[in-house]
Design a binder for this molecule. Structure first.
Ligand code: FAD
Length: 472
């Protein structure tokens, strides 16, 4: 059988893999390859936590291929040259891959596709990660959507996703002469082992993704609409890193949900699919407004009076030493596990962009380096949404109060005590704003900051004053 290169990127799975399926359907021997070329991602090369995830995810993919008689070739170097070398060595007559949508990788992939086709190779790309691709829908005026609700209403009527596809249990062997670098040569794993705490919470790879999906469907899906806002409970699917690395296809998730849909869980299910819709919206925006990874989507903020960054305060925010418990809990959860609950992401982002009045890019960069689910589309949308600078964003003047947010969504202070253990002995009502009783705080939690780095009322007033100066 002739060889076809299957270029794996953010689709580190075998089931529901359109490029692999096409190679097999057309009678090729798939030659699976992963090319490590972080410099081609421009200023958004994978952060440290993403790299820590990538290593075990690639190892799992290789194991899954080997169990079927194939294997993953690992290469590093520029993608175009590396693919060319592999084509020359394998005699491949076709190259297949699933599309990526980041501003740096789209033009690269288009150039590679053209150059290989010019040589007479068969080259095809597929949708491996979205329910609806960014160019599939537009407003009635033919413009990209900037508001979620109409985007989603249209998307729901236009989805055409494939049925789930299980990869065959046997795959043709890859020619031994093609060699392959050891995964370790990519040096993805942290040398200091700071990721040790991640792996109690996560199992990278396709099997880990499926297990997370099963756990969710059997558990938190029922009650998701309320549970999803509670950081003190396991109320969400925790599928985001698996989705980011393509360890599960979104249409496998929706199919699995539909399989268990009942009258009782239907509203929770629609609520969950709507959250997947925000991911779709994020990719729509990233494709149509690629500049928004660093620039405000809303031009009103071009001359906004962002505060000059104080490195001490920024470090206090990053390390969870702001003196505001829910914020410190969130940022410590992030540091320890590579993940933060969505509600808490919004609260910590609001404090950074409004109380501290730092440009959202400082937070986006920190998340980029520390999240295992760091995703250019979702992270950009999330930060611009909270900062009020983006599409369909929370208005800038709506400033989250981290105390009332904590009282509402972590009412017993369980989440705070879990991640800020020095506050575990502070009585619950005081856990949300411990600076209000300095003597109790000094006695029960002597190591915790006495005051927030920015007083809540002062920070809020400063944010609103700066916003008013932008005019309307
Ligand atoms: P669930 O509630 O189970 O949701 C299911 C899936 O829907 C998620 O896995 C995710 O793919 C998608 N989703 C849910 N909420 C959103 C949302 N608001 N925007 C886009 N997609 C969503 N998500 C990332 O995947 N990567 C990021 O880098 C990222 N950065 C963010 C930064 C900020 C400031 C904010 C406010 C949100 C960010 N999010 C990001 C969105 C959201 O917080 C995470 O997707 C969610 O917390 C992941 O947990 P889960 O899988 O348990 O979510």
């Amino acid at each position: 059988m002739p060889n076809a290169i299957v270029w794996f990127r953010h689709d580190l799975r075998l089931d529901d893999h359109p490029a692999l399926r096409a190679a097999l359907d057309e009678g090729f021997t798939p030659v699976p390859v992963y090319i490590h070329a972080p410099e081609e991602e421009g200023e958004w090369a994978p952060g440290a936590a993403s790299q820590a995830w990538l290593h075990p995810s690639l190892a799992a993919l290789d194991d899954d291929l080997r169990r079927r008689g194939s294997r993953l070739l690992v290469r590093q170097g520029r993608s175009a040259e590396t693919l060319q070398a592999l084509i020359d060595a394998s005699g491949a007559t076709a190259v297949f891959w699933n599309r990526k949508y980041e501003p740096a990788t789209q033009p690269r992939d288009a150039a590679i596709k053209q150059a290989l086709r010019d040589q007479g190779l068969r080259v095809e790309s597929f949708n491996g990660s979205l329910l609806i691709e960014p160019w599939d829908i537009a407003t009635q005026q033919g413009q990209p959507y900037k508001v979620f609700t109409p985007f989603w209403r249209t998307a729901l009527t236009k989805w055409r996703v494939p049925s789930p596809w299980d990869a065959p249990s046997r795959l043709p062997a890859v020619d031994a002469s093609l060699g392959g670098e050891a995964l370790e040569t990519l040096s993805l794993q942290p040398r200091l082992g700071w990721d040790a705490g991640f792996w109690n919470a996560w199992t990278p790879g396709e099997a880990g993704a499926r297990e997370a999906l099963e756990i969710f469907v059997d558990g938190a899906l029922n009650g998701y609409r309320i549970g999803r806002d509670r950081p003190d409970r396991a109320g969400t699917s925790r599928l985001s890193p698996h989705l980011h690395f393509g360890e599960v296809a979104p249409w496998r998730i929706t199919a699995e949900l539909e399989r268990v849909r009942t009258a009782a869980n239907s509203a929770d299910m629609d609520g969950y699919i709507r959250e997947l819709g925000w991911r779709e919206f994020a990719y729509h925006l990233l494709h149509h407004f690629p500049q928004t990874t660093t620039q405000n989507l809303n031009p009103r903020f071009e001359h906004f009076d962002w505060a000059k960054v104080d490195p001490v305060d920024l470090a206090a925010w990053q390390r969870g030493r702001t003196g505001v418990p829910i914020i410190d809990a969130g940022l410590r959860e992030l540091w320890a596990t590579g993940y933060v609950h969505n509600r808490v992401r919004m609260i910590v982002a609001s404090y950074l962009t409004k109380h501290l009045r730092y440009h959202w890019s400082h937070g986006a960069r920190w998340f980029w380096d520390t999240l295992v689910d760091a995703d250019l589309a979702n992270n950009t949308l999330g930060w611009q949404w909270v900062a009020g600078t983006g599409a369909d964003a929370a208005p800038y003047f709506r400033v989250f109060n981290p105390v009332t947010q904590a009282e509402k969504f972590d009412p017993k202070g369980i989440y705070i005590a879990r991640w800020v253990p020095e506050l575990a002995n502070v009585p619950v009502p005081l856990r949300f704003a411990p600076w209000q009783k300095p003597d109790v705080l000094a006695k029960l939690a002597p190591d915790y900051p006495r005051h927030p780095i920015v007083d809540l009322a002062t920070g809020r007033d400063g944010a609103l004053a700066a916003y008013r100066k932008t005019g309307d």
